[in-house]
Ligand binder design. Structure first.
Ligand SMILES: N[C@@H](CCC(=O)N[C@@H](CS)C(=O)NCC(=O)O)C(=O)O
Length: 218
């Protein structure tokens, strides 16, 4: 059975977890505590870069959440989470890249003061502005349809829709973004979202580990 190395507070993990559930792929979850277990010899043998998520499928090992999503889509095409016409493929990729390269980077910076780490005020303001620009960009993209591509869930919704619910932690309100709010409500009622929503007490308990991870990266 496919092995899934995960941690429940990781956004990078959650997008893979949601895809596994949406595609109804059976998997064996293997919890990696990010309080040091990621540096164990056992886990380092699985991923020498010492990060989750990782999947091992019939002995084939993949790291990097977006690469894992692409693999799952190619290997398990039903229930499809990727359109097949050029424009819609581009939309999915664009939404994913904006989520990871713009939104997630800004959110990482905004997490620093939450865990007691220093950050330059100018950088904080720039990160907040970036988040607002991304929210507006997504709001505009959701003008015509229920999801980023038509009426069906795709990887675009999974990647962006597992990041945006955490914005409240940084004081952002979704109230001015009616379409974004309705889209997130639509996602929140899906079983895959409900099953993978990190409990607030689990997030709270993980804050010291998140602090150490961010400290190592600065
Ligand atoms: N680009 C990678 C990022 C993976 C990543 O940063 N994972 C974090 C959890 S969110 C981790 O395992 N961190 C452990 C550490 O830095 O020590 C992906 O998308 O999979």
């Amino acid at each position: 059975m496919l092995k899934f190395y995960y941690n429940p507070v990781s956004a990078n993990v959650r997008r893979v977890w949601v895809a596994l559930l949406e595609k109804q792929i059976p998997f064996e979850p293997i919890l990696v505590n990010l309080d040091g277990d990621q540096f164990d010899n056992n886990f380092t043998a699985v991923n020498s870069l010492q990060r989750v998520p990782v999947i091992v499928d019939n002995g084939f090992r993949i790291i990097e959440s977006l690469a894992i999503l692409d693999y799952l889509e190619a290997k398990y095409p039903t229930r499809s989470l990727m359109p097949n016409d050029p424009e819609n493929i581009a939309i999915v990729r664009m939404v994913e890249m904006v989520a990871v390269n713009e939104l997630q980077l800004a959110m990482l910076l905004l997490t620093r003061p939450l865990v007691g780490l220093d950050v330059d005020n100018q950088k904080l303001d720039a990160a907040k502005e970036r988040v607002i620009s991304v929210m507006q960009f997504y709001e505009n993209m959701l003008e015509k349809h229920s999801y980023f591509v038509g009426e069906e869930l795709t990887l675009a919704d999974i990647v962006a829709g597992t990041l945006l619910p955490s914005l409240y932690l940084f004081g952002f309100s979704l109230d001015p973004y009616h379409r974004l709010k309705a889209w997130l409500e639509r996602l929140a009622i899906r079983e895959s979202w409900q099953q993978t929503t990190p409990q607030p007490e689990v997030v709270e308990a993980a804050l010291p580990n998140i602090r150490k991870i961010l400290e190592r990266r600065s």
